[in-house]
Design a protein around this ligand. Structure first.
Ligand code: NAD
Length: 290
């Protein structure tokens, strides 16, 4: 397939490289990052999009996505699919889908789970929103870049699934970290705590697969000095998107709000910037109730 790829950062570069390695003709553009091996460099986003059957965007946020969409839609061929894999607000995803439709194009929002490791290994999970026929067109690309793609519904449904998932993740990570800090103060051995909780009703992905305590459970960023992994800033971004959506939809999300506030303090006023999101555990360790 002829593919345009815009946004060749930490995630986009390995995704584009995997598509090229699988035999797709990939033309890429990024304002700053170089093109990975196998990807032909274009001089502008519009040039990368021109003549492509599918144009993938992997960009930092909704504002940039809207700007890039306005640049590429006029250059895309009729019926082509704009596949946005960035994590953005639901409103931007829906606005871009509408803009695509009025330009005679199709759109799919398909944010990913799996991080940089999943992007490199081609094992991402895609959660997609958009029309059935557009999803079917891009499905072969999902197969190269990921291990699973769930068609969640119409435009914006992929972003909705992503922020709901990550709101749960933020909340369970905080809960797991504060429970470890409490267990420490109660004199409970961390390995024993893991052995019990990981096989009891307190288990979660945060405890079982990404344990925030170093030396306990499977290898995780905690075993690497809390180097990300999934950075606390990115968790904050996703929790803010969840709050933005909750406000717009009038949904009561008190724990999501508390998680957003805690990550905000951690990243903006404490030492969370540049740390993995599981570094909430050393944060709690240092503190008392006061
Ligand atoms: P990144 O900052 O490494 O990459 C973004 C790229 O977009 C950069 O290379 C930047 O130069 C480029 N860019 C910005 N504006 C541009 C423009 N106008 N035209 C062309 N290129 C432009 O970010 P990333 O880690 O690759 O994340 C990309 C998206 O994926 C984000 O929405 C993020 O939330 C999401 N995501 C990231 C992870 C992760 O673990 N990194 C996991 C899941 C989802």
């Amino acid at each position: 397939m002829k593919v345009g790829f815009i946004g060749l950062g930490n995630m986009g570069a390995p995704m584009a490289a995997n598509l090229a390695a699988a035999g797709h003709a990939v033309t890429g553009f990024d304002l700053a990052a170089p093109c990975p091996e196998g990807v032909t460099a274009a001089a502008t986003a519009a040039e990368a999009a021109s003549g492509a059957e599918v144009v993938i965007t992997m960009l930092p946020n909704g504002e940039i996505l809207r700007r890039v969409a306005a640049e590429i839609h006029p250059a895309m061929q009729p019926g082509a699919v704009h596949l946005d894999c960035s994590t953005v607000d639901v409103d931007s995803a829906r606005a871009v889908a509408e803009a695509a439709a009025s330009a005679g194009l199709r759109a799919v929002d398909a944010p990913v789970s799996g991080g940089v490791g999943g992007a490199a290994a081609g094992t991402l999970t895609f959660m997609a929103g958009g029309a059935e026929d557009a999803f079917a067109t891009v499905a072969p690309l999902f197969e190269v870049m990921g291990q699973k793609a769930v068609h969640c519904g119409g435009p914006g449904a992929g972003q909705a699934a992503k922020i709901c998932n990550n709101m749960i993740l933020g909340i369970t990570m905080i809960g797991t970290c504060e429970a470890f800090a409490l267990a420490d103060k109660l004199g409970l051995d961390r390995q024993k705590m893991f052995d019990v909780v990981s096989t009891s009703s307190g288990y979660s992905w945060s405890m079982n697969a990404y344990c925030p305590a170093p030396g306990v459970g499977p290898t995780s960023p905690a075993d690497n000095g809390y180097k990300p992994g999934f950075a606390a800033e990115l968790m904050l971004k996703d929790l803010r998107l969840a709050q933005q959506a909750a406000e717009a939809a009038d949904a009561d999300t008190p724990l999501g709000l508390a998680a957003a506030r805690l990550y905000e303090t951690f990243v903006e006023q404490e030492d969370g910037k540049g740390m993995d999101f599981s570094a909430m555990l050393p944060r709690f360790e240092k503190r008392g109730r006061g």
